[in-house]
Design a protein around this ligand. Structure first.
Ligand SMILES: *[C@@H]1O[C@H](CO)[C@@H](O)[C@H](O)[C@H]1NC(C)=O
Ligand SMILES: *[C@@H]1O[C@H](CO)[C@@H](O)[C@H](O)[C@H]1NC(C)=O
Length: 206
């Protein structure tokens, strides 16, 4: 009997979570005002090095954007995968629903909105994987919903892309070493706990 109640309660909780989620669920990129922000990027020629090279990113309100400007609260600038970097990589896939979309996973900056032209020199972060990228800026409203966007490429995401090369072997092996260390520390913590418990049991028996 009790187990039935627990199952029923968890089902209710799941449904509740689903319905809360549903409120933002259907929000798709196509719902946003496209091209409300003019976004441009400038970088040196050739393949850029993560952790070293810079991209100059500029954004400002576009002519069509000014109609919706009153809704803008924050501008979120993100680094996004261009289609060639998404092939066979479901973890980078573009989904029309914003909450599922994995195109723009790397945050660059978030700033409160004003109608000035903004320009930043963004140093590509060390953990940026090798890939072909563009930049997209979302305008977010007071309740935290994306309402408009602009990007540094065309609709087909073919123009003005830039290539980034992940940090080279030496650093990669350092990263692997640190990952191993953290796994090791978790394992030793577990070991420590088990050992303590065992000791406690032995003590009780005495
Ligand atoms: C930008 O905003 C300020 C006040 O917030 C306003 O006075 C100014 O006219 C605006 N400029 C443009 C180009 O919309
Ligand atoms: C923000 O945008 C969402 C989606 O369009 C809308 O439902 C919400 O009412 C907006 N919030 C404000 C304060 O305008």
């Amino acid at each position: 009997m009790a187990i039935h109640k627990i199952l029923f309660a968890s089902l209710l909780i799941c449904l509740l979570i689903q319905s809360i989620h549903g409120a933002t669920k259907e929000r798709v990129l196509g719902d946003l005002y496209k091209g409300a922000l003019d976004v441009t990027t400038k970088n040196r020629d050739g393949v850029l090095d993560a952790g070293k090279d810079k991209v100059t990113i500029t954004w400002k309100l576009s002519a069509t954007g000014s109609e919706h400007e009153s809704e803008f609260k924050t501008i979120k600038v993100k680094l996004c995968y261009a289609p060639p970097s998404q092939v066979d990589r479901p973890w980078r896939k573009t989904h029309p629903e914003l909450f599922k979309d994995k195109t723009c996973k790397h945050k660059i900056v978030a700033k409160s909105y004003d109608n000035n032209t903004h320009s930043i020199d963004y140093t590509l972060e060390r953990d940026i994987p090798t890939g072909i990228y563009f930049v997209r800026a979302y305008a977010v409203n007071e309740t935290g919903h994306e309402v408009a966007y602009g990007q540094s490429t065309d609709d087909a995401k073919k123009t003005n892309l830039f290539s980034v090369q992940a940090i080279s072997g030496r650093h990669a092996s350092l990263d692997i070493a640190s990952a191993c260390f953290s796994v090791f520390s978790v394992v030793s913590l577990i070991f420590f706990f088990i050992n303590e418990k065992r000791k406690a049991k032995l003590e009780q028996r005495r």
